[in-house]
Design a protein around this ligand. Structure first.
Ligand code: XMP
Length: 524
């Protein structure tokens, strides 16, 4: 399998701004077809150069009934490749080909059962009940009122008579509902049918092929030169390390910085996973910089200043260490596809939120290194799958995200060593009990927070005034919005009892019941 093979057969997802656009791309990848997301204003030459086997038009928040709203790029519908419009994408296709779209008084949002016509080419492989009903997820205000000439209506509900359309001869399809969300049953099958059968792709985008392809590509690119990687112990940098280790072995040096703000056992785990005698043949350098980080954080209360100090100290320590390695030509980074989309969107002025990442940004130029980003094309779930494929431990691959500034932003205000030590223990107790109760994988992120406020407690006959630990656990898909996790009271009680019994300087434990928005996931 050469690099070009697995990328050759590719689909293009045109983004009209739906919150589900990335989900569409993930579904297409899940059925084994490579795809990329481009904004709706992609120019014609880029469209032609991309040479997609098929195109999917996403949904979007706007209305095609208003003049200046996004339209399907010129020439796209005439490329001759299959096009599938979802929601806004279908409505745009309908109006641009001469049909009619109108608003409705009530927004249809939620479950619906659509009746599927027997002549649908797109939906014919679904397993339907006797009434040809398919449970789907709807989320729209506008709807297609009349299909353009040459189109059949292939699905309907009582409130949305035109819930799917197909051209009788050309490979043009529209769906009012969202097959990319799990609430639509057999949604993945709809994407499989479109990508594999209608667009004629072979389904070669699999973990096995992706790894082989990446390894070949890395070897071609790097040759016998040396590569440096800042290993954080998180999923992305660990997968980069595993991948580079497979590709170039000990041409890779990983630098792991112990900033004194790590979780319990984190350093040991990283060292054990990448120990020389282990599966991964890399050079691992651990830098103990705890004192340097904690010294620089003394007396600093402001969260953003703390973040900056931690980020800058990391760069200083990393650079100092890297300069000891005289023959390095490349710097590896764990950038993943959503980061690429986000930064492209921000250049287009479309990004809503950009996280202030603590990474090695700017370092390649400063150190005059070439940049290698082996995960640049991959979604997080693909990164995880590949991590498992490469032999990384499951606990590492499915670990909750941990912010770059670490426990530094989980101690409110000034960070000092005694607080970090206490927080590390409390956090470990919480995570241990979550794992024991089988809740770790059911929440998206869970951690303890140190609140340096004095609260009264009673021990024996005496009163004591000690600090507070807050427990935070959330459920989320994209970390942009999140719901506090409804953990069982018995579990919270166990965690609270253990923290207060095992850590003498904590007098009170509270559970955070704030969702995002308006709260954020982290406390700082
Ligand atoms: P918030 O608190 O903004 O967090 O709701 C959303 C996600 O981002 C993580 N996070 C960070 N990650 N550097 C990082 O690398 C940071 O400064 C940072 N702040 C928040 C957070 O843990 C959550 O997963």
């Amino acid at each position: 399998m050469t690099r070009s093979n697995i990328h050759d057969q590719r689909l293009l997802v045109i983004d009209f701004g739906s919150q589900y656009t990335q989900l569409i791309a993930r579904r297409v990848r899940e059925v084994g077809v490579y795809c990329e997301i481009y904004p709706f204003d992609i120019d014609n030459s880029a469209l032609v150069a991309f040479a997609p086997r098929g195109i999917i038009l996403s949904g979007g928040p706007e209305s095609v009934t208003e003049g200046a709203t996004p339209r399907i790029p010129e020439g796209l519908l005439d490329l001759g490749v299959p096009v599938l419009g979802i929601c806004y994408g279908m409505q745009a296709m309908a109006v641009q080909l001469g049909g009619a779209v109108g608003g409705s008084d009530v927004r249809e949002f939620g479950h619906a059962v659509v009746e599927i016509a027997s002549n649908s080419r797109l939906l014919q492989s679904l397993d339907l009940d006797l009434n040809r009903g398919l449970p789907v997820w709807m989320s729209h205000g506008d709807k297609v009122l009349s299909a353009p000439n040459g189109f059949n209506v292939t699905a309907s509900t009582a409130s949305t008579p035109i819930a799917a359309i197909e051209h009788t001869e050309r490979p043009l399809f529209g769906l009012q509902f969202h097959p990319e969300v799990t609430q639509t049953q057999q949604g993945v099958e709809i994407y499989r049918r479109f990508a594999i059968e209608i667009c004629g792709c072979d389904g070669v985008w699999t973990a096995d092929h992706i790894v082989t392809d990446a390894i070949n590509h890395i070897r071609d690119l790097v040759g016998d030169e040396k590569v440096l990687l800042g290993l954080s112990g998180g999923v992305d940098s660990s997968v980069v390390a595993a991948m580079l280790s497979r590709a170039i072995g000990d041409q890779l040096t990983c630098v792991f910085v112990d900033n004194g703000l790590l979780r319990k056992n984190e350093r040991d785990e990283v060292e054990a996973t990448f120990a020389p005698s282990n599966t991964f043949d890399v050079k691992l350098v651990t830098v103990d910089a705890q004192d340097e980080f904690l010294d620089r954080l003394k007396g600093v209360n402001d969260p953003e200043t703390k973040r900056k100090i931690i980020g800058n100290t990391f760069i200083d320590v990393f650079e100092r260490e890297a300069n000891k390695l005289t023959d390095v030509a490349w710097l590896a980074q764990g950038t993943i596809y959503p980061d690429v989309i986000e930064s492209a969107a921000s250049q287009h002025g479309k990004a809503h939120v950009i996280k202030s990442h603590h990474n090695v940004g700017g370092l390649p130029e400063r150190m005059a290194l070439k940049l290698i980003e082996p995960l640049r094309e991959l979604f997080k779930d693909e990164v995880r799958e590949i991590g498992l494929h490469l032999g990384l431990p499951r606990e590492l691959v499915f670990r909750h995200p941990f912010p770059g500034p670490g426990l530094g932003v989980r101690i409110l205000g000034e960070v000092c060593r005694t607080y970090v030590d206490v927080l590390r223990e409390a956090d470990a107790i919480f995570l241990e009990e979550l794992r024991r109760a089988d809740y770790y994988d059911r929440v998206s992120q869970a951690f303890a927070v140190y609140l340096p406020v004095k609260s009264v407690g009673v021990v024996g006959d005496g009163r004591r005034y000690e600090h507070v630990i807050a427990l935070r656990a959330v459920e989320t898909v994209d970390f942009m919005t999140a719901r506090w996790a409804q953990l069982p009271y018995a579990l919270i009680e166990r965690v609270s009892n253990r923290i207060m019994n095992e850590i003498s300087t904590i007098s009170r434990v509270v559970y955070d019941v704030s969702s995002k928005p308006p709260a954020t996931i982290e406390w700082e």
